[in-house]
Design a protein around this ligand. Sequence first.
Ligand code: BEZ
Length: 212
Amino acid sequence: MSLRLGDIAPDFEQDSSVGRIHFHEWLGDSWCVLFSHPADFTPVCTTELGLTAKLFNEFAQRNVKVLALSVDSASSHNKWIPEINETQDTEVNFPILADEDRKVSTLYDMIHPNANATLTVRSVFIIDPAKKVRLTLTYPASTGRNFDELLRVIDSLQLTDSHSVATPANWEDGDDVIIVPSLKDEAVIKQKFPKGYKAILPYLRITPQPNR
Ligand code: BEZ
C-alpha cells in the first residue's frame, strides 16, 4: 500500500553515490526531501538534479537534507554526476540512492507499473524530523518538477507547525496567513496575533505572518 500523510517514513539501508546510507540515522533531526527520478543520463533528470544542487543552501537553511533515488547503480550515478555538474554549472552535493534491487522504490511505491514497469516515476516525499511523511507528490517522467514549490511547502509546514495558522493558495513566505478555524477564543487570538486580523468570512480570518 502506498504511503499516506502522517505515516512514518520507512527506514532502510541502501547504497548511494556516497556510500551506504542508513536512512533514519542519516536523517538525524533534519527534514528530508526524498525524491526519485526515472534514470541516470536522461535530460529532464539532469536538469532536476542540477537545480536541486543549486538550491542546496536554501534546503540547508531550512534544516532539510536532500536524497535522490533511481534504480541505477552507484557507479552509474558517479559517472553521471560530472555531466550534471558541467552542464548545469553546479556541484551535486547530496547523495543519490542506488536502488538497483528496488528495495526503497518498493517500500515507497515509486514504481508505477502502468506508467513504466521497471523505472521509478518522479515521486517526492517531504519527511519531518519525527520521520513522518508530510507531503507526497507524483509527477510523470516527461515533466520536470518545480523545486521552488518544494521549498514553499517546507516553509508552510514549518510555519504552520509552530503557529495556529494555515497558508492560502499560492502563499509565499512573508505573505498574510489564515488563522486556523478551530481557534475561536478572542483572548488567545489577540495574544497570538497582536497585529490583529481581518475576518473576510467567519472561517476566513487573515493575519500578517506571525513570525515576521
Ligand atoms: C528524462 O529525465 O529526461 C526522462 C526520463 C525518462 C523518460 C522521459 C524523460
